[in-house]
Design a protein around this ligand. Sequence first.
Ligand code: NAI
Length: 319
Amino acid sequence: MASSAAGLVVIVGSGLIGRSWAMLFASGGFKVKLYDIEQQQITNALENIRKEMKLLEQLGALKGTLSAEQQLSLITGCSNIQEAVEGAMHIQECVPENLEVKKKIFAQLDGIVGDDVVLSSSTSCLLPSRLFSGLAHVKQCVVAHPVNPPYYVPLVELVPHPETAPATVDRTHALMQKIGQSPVRVLKEIDGFALNRLQYAVISEAWRLVQDGIVSPNDLDLVMSDGLGLRYAFMGPLETMHLNAEGMLNYCDRYSEGMKRVLKTFGPIPEFSGATVEKVHQAMCAKVPDDPEHLTARRQWRDMCLMRLARLKSQMPSQ
Ligand code: NAI
């Protein structure tokens, strides 16, 4: 079986995202220590990971080359942070999205770690300059923002603090690739990083189209799931432009005036409230009622789709 020679990774916060990271690191042969302030969260996480891994193994969808039992033997819980970080090469923080809670954790870690470990935050939207400024080990700090569910959606945005050492980003990039994730470098920090800025641009126009009565909520979603989304699972918007004409220069030649004309008609930032939210809410609930049972079932279906898509992507010849 793979040994812990790959190194020790510590997960701080054993909730939804911490559990996923634990599974991903174990799939790459890393020894994983799960830390949490709530002992019960660690117990729940270990049970939940066992169930998930066994199921994934049955479905033939377990990541990595090790069996579920081998991967499980690499993951342990630890309720003492000082003990947990002993000998760690990478610490992945996954506590709730609250600046004060995260700053407290990083201050605590700053006082007990050496100069070799990477201190990484899973934050979705807190800027590195707010999280890491003033830390003695700021050169070793980086944001590694995963996408939910990280086991099936491999993208990780790496966002440095202005004082982060380039080697910290390089090491984290290499580590993410080693566990099968797809890291991208956000070269300078910006609110929303790259993924949420794109996502919010899409949500914003989707909302305006429904608000203005141009399309129904369900048809709007189809525009993405049966239209743009199919391409976007394999190539981004820039390569799409390149292929939709005789190359990028030709695309801009042909379509830039049209794009600018349409872009000028985009409306203001929506309020996401009032009659439109009611309309969208009703349409979504008619499809998936918003009680825990229906939402969980639909999320399971989504994860199954993502798992199969991941398999398809891995089988496609690369060009
Ligand atoms: P969660 O609420 O499921 O888990 C947070 C865990 O942190 C809990 O187990 C809690 O007991 C523990 N915790 C709280 N204070 C702590 C402390 N001082 N020391 C150690 N453990 C502590 O949260 P979730 O969803 O896993 O989110 C974690 C981070 O990941 C957040 O920053 C979030 O923005 C980010 N993220 C979440 C995504 C999502 O879709 N849920 C997607 C991408 C990033």
